[in-house]
Design a protein around this ligand. Structure first.
Ligand SMILES: [Fe+2]
Ligand SMILES: [Fe+2]
Length: 239
C-alpha cells in the first residue's frame, strides 16, 4: 500500500510519466512488482540516496518529453492489445530461447562452473510461473476487461475483477522475487571474462527479459488493473 496519502507511489509516478522508468531502472528501483512504495521507501530498498534519484528525475523533467505512449489515457482495449502483441509474445519467444541457451551452457560448462545449473533452475522456475500466468490473463482476465471496457460485462467465474487482479498481483510479486535472484546471482547479468558467446547470449536474453517484464508488469499492475477496477465500478455504479 501507499505509505502516505500525500506522496505518489513509484508505480503512480511511472504510470504518469513513462520516461521515469528509465531512471528507476538505472538505480535499481522496483516500480513494478513493488510499485506501491513511495520514492523514499523504494530508494531505501534499492540502497540509493533519494536526493540522487530526485536529481535525475528533475533532469528528465527539464528535457523535452519523449514520444512515449500514455497508457493511462488510451482505450483499455488498446492497452490489452499492446500487452498481448508486445509483451506476451516477447515473453513466450524469449523463454523458449533462454531454455535452449541455458541447456547448452549447462551441458558445455556445468562441470567446471557449478554456478550455471542453479541459474538454469531459476530460469525454469521463471518459465513455470510465467506460462500459466500469461494463459490466465489471456483466457480469463483480459477478455473480462475488454467486456468491461465495452460497457457489457461478461459472465465471470468471480464476484469482482478485484479477485483475479489480486491473484495476478501476487504472481507478479513472485516473478519479481525470481528476477531479483537471477540478477543477484549473475552479478547483474555480467558473464565471466572467458565466457563463450552462448553464455553471453544467455545472460543477455535473461537481462532483456527482465527489462521487458518490468515494463510489462508495470503496465498491468499500475495501469491496467486500477483502470479495470475503475471501469467495473463505473459499469455497476458502485464506489
Ligand atoms: Fe501479462
Ligand atoms: Fe501479468
Amino acid at each position: 500500500m501507499n505509505e502516505t496519502q500525500s506522496e505518489p507511489t513509484v508505480g503512480e509516478m511511472a504510470a504518469r510519466q513513462p520516461g521515469t522508468t528509465r531512471i528507476f531502472e538505472r538505480f535499481g528501483i522496483d516500480y513494478c512488482c513493488h510499485g506501491r512504495h513511495t520514492l523514499e521507501a523504494a530508494c531505501a530498498s534499492a540502497g540509493v540516496e533519494p536526493s540522487t534519484v530526485r536529481g535525475a528525475l528533475a533532469e528528465l523533467a527539464a528535457q523535452p518529453a519523449p514520444p512515449a505512449v500514455d497508457w493511462t489515457a488510451q482505450p483499455l482495449d488498446a492497452l490489452v492489445d499492446h500487452l498481448l502483441a508486445k509483451h506476451h509474445a516477447f515473453t513466450r519467444d524469449e523463454l523458449a530461447r533462454i531454455a535452449a541457451l541455458g541447456a547448452k551452457v549447462v551441458n558445455a560448462h556445468g562441470a567446471k562452473h557449478p554456478e550455471v545449473a542453479p541459474l538454469r533452475e531459476l530460469a525454469r522456475e521463471l518459465e513455470a510461473d510465467l506460462l500459466p500466468h500469461l494463459m490466465k490473463e489471456e483466457r480469463v482476465l483480459f477478455p473480462y476487461v475488454r467486456s468491461l471496457a465495452a460497457g457489457e460485462p461478461a459472465q465471470a467465474p468471480f464476484g469482482s475483477v478485484a479477485m483475479p487482479v489480486r491473484m495476478m498481483d501476487r504472481e507478479h510479486e513472485a516473478v519479481g522475487v525470481i528476477l531479483a535472484a537471477l540478477r543477484e546471482r549473475t552479478g547483474g547479468y555480467a558473464a565471466p571474462a572467458d565466457a563463450c558467446p552462448t553464455w553471453r547470449a544467455w545472460y543477455d536474453a535473461l537481462h532483456a527479459l527482465e527489462q521487458d517484464l518490468h515494463q510489462h508488469i508495470h503496465l498491468e499492475s499500475n495501469v491496467l488493473f486500477p483502470r479495470a477496477l475503475e471501469a467495473e465500478r463505473a459499469v455497476f455504479g458502485t464506489g
